[in-house]
Design a protein around this ligand. Structure first.
Ligand SMILES: [Zn+2]
Length: 500
């Protein structure tokens, strides 16, 4: 049985002014053939799950090409072209294939293509022909378009948020592919769409109505009504003409698969107003932390500047408020500022420097903060995630300098990677549990790691390119009939369809 694997993963934020270029993908990882295999084999990532399933079935996969990057601005067109050219060259030598596994994010825009994943899948489909099965894995925040659906036989996304099932999702995509090739199942992928986006910080599968929906959906799989499902909440910082939140089911029984997809979509639609959030103001959280006697830190969630949401990670807004308030709060903070790293690196450990920190990339929402810092340590920024999500995976923050300003310890990175992981502090000598206030630039991903160590988690109204208040963003392409910008209460969930 001939099965190949390739990967293209990046989550785009249309409001981030810095395009994701080749160098940005090099920081994430560009691999081919055996190196691609060895880099991800046994790791808690989608390709790791795919490899595990194939290995157990005695299938030796053909490893093609992989490019992945952290979230960021829209991808350079040349990067997409490079991926397609390279993958096609390798793919042509292996045809015909029985199956192709593709690991993607699903919310990826380039300079000129608003549906990069659909574009890539269409190219792959053209190359392998209609007879080869394509099974693809995605993030829960993917924008699953018609083009994706038309070209992939099976679509499996993360079912958890915070995402803790990267590996399992890859395994599901590979399992359904193998079972189909072995003639054990005859299933199709059904999908229905809701014109809706909600802030990514306002829901989780750990609890609440979205959590209950995930449990309910899981039960329908357990009952055997469907083989698989994903409830995709399109990430809200895409600006695309064709988009939406959607529900996907994979099933052998068409009526059941359609009924489940409609049911899940109706439930999701019905809970849309539950995703509105009360937010803290920055000053309120600082004051709360000053009084914090719990021995555990208050977490200020700066999700508007979350690199996972494709924001720049360069907002010093919280430092600005600590300075303005004259607060002596013991705080831990991280930020991306390449020029500051360069300058402080040259000055060396122990040096005291007046710097302008932050706002090096995004100028629309905040200004640099001027502070006097002492350099504490210098690092090469490679760390290993402690997880639980993605435990053991390597991440690269470029060069990293830690500094102290008053009672605030700051990790300054050339690139922020994996912002919801405690090692982004710990690896660089800043132990979050020693502080009264810890700033985290992430949406919901950080919760599995941070909830056990936090006294309080405060979703905060901060400025940035990934704000919780979506009304702050200037969408240009998104259709007008779209929640929360329009009242869509009369919307009827369309009948789910299979496009292959
Ligand atoms: Zn996601």
């Amino acid at each position: 049985m001939k099965i190949a694997i390739c990967e293209f993963r990046q989550e785009s934020n249309a409001f981030n002014p810095i395009p994701a270029d080749f160098g940005f993908f090099e920081l994430g990882g560009i691999h081919e053939g055996q190196v691609f295999h060895d880099a991800l084999h046994g790791k808690q990532v989608a390709v790791g799950g795919m490899l595990d399933v194939l290995e157990k079935a005695g299938v030796e996969p053909i490893m093609l090409f992989s490019m992945h990057a952290d979230s960021g601005g829209p991808v350079k067109d040349a990067v997409v072209r490079k991926f397609i050219e390279k993958t096609m060259t390798m793919l042509k030598k292996e045809l015909p294939l029985d199956g192709l596994l593709v690991s993607m994010h699903g919310a990826t825009q380039s300079e000129s293509i608003e549906d990069v994943c659909g574009f890539i899948l269409e190219a792959l489909r053209e190359q392998v022909g209609p007879g080869t099965l394509i099974s693809a894995s995605f993030d829960l925040h993917a924008n699953i378009t018609d083009k994706i659906h038309r070209n992939a036989d099976f679509i499996c996304g993360y079912q958890t948020y915070p995402h803790v099932d990267f590996f399992e999702t890859g395994a599901r995509a590979a399992g359904i592919l193998l079972d189909t090739l072995n003639g054990k199942i005859h299933a199709k992928t059904y999908r229905t769409v809701i014109p809706m986006i909600v802030p990514a910080s306002s829901y989780t599968t750990l609890r609440g109505s979205f959590g209950a929906l995930a449990d309910y959906a899981q039960k329908q799989v357990a009952k055997g009504r469907i083989l698989d499902y994903t409830i995709f909440q399109m990430q809200p910082w895409l600006d695309v003409e064709l988009g939406g939140t959607c529900v996907v089911t994979i099933g052998e029984d068409e009526d059941e698969a359609k009924a489940c997809a409609t049911d899940f979509a109706q439930k999701l639609f019905g809970m849309r107003d539950n995703f509105r959030q009360d937010l803290y103001q920055i000053d309120e959280v600082i004051r709360k932390a000053e009084k914090n006697q719990s021995g555990k830190p208050v977490i200020l969630v700066d999700s508007s500047d979350s690199p996972n949401a494709g924001a720049c990670g360069d907002s010093p807004a919280v430092l600005e408020r600590i300075k303005a308030l004259g607060s002596n709060v013991r705080a831990a903070f991280y930020i991306k500022d390449t020029p500051a790293v360069k300058e402080l690196w040259n000055r060396g450990i122990g040096s005291v420097n007046r710097i302008r920190l932050g706002a090096t990339m995004s100028h629309e929402f905040y200004r640099p903060v001027e502070i006097e810092v002492e350099v504490l340590s210098l690092h090469n920024g490679v760390f290993t995630a402690e997880g639980p999500a993605g435990r053991g995976t390597p991440h690269d923050c470029g060069r990293v300098v830690t500094v102290r300003w008053n009672n605030v310890d700051i990790v300054i990175c050339e690139a922020i990677s994996y912002p919801g992981d405690l090692q982004l502090y710990r690896h660089f000598g800043v132990e979050p549990t020693f502080y009264d206030l810890v700033i985290v630039k992430a949406c919901t991903s950080f919760r599995v790691a941070y909830e056990p160590i936090a006294s309080d988690i405060c979703e905060t109204d901060t400025p940035g390119t990934a704000p919780i208040n979506l009304g702050l963003l200037r969408f240009k392409r998104l259709p007008r009939y779209f929640y929360p910008f329009s009242d869509i209460s009369g919307y009827e969930i369309p009948e789910p369809v299979a496009l292959r």
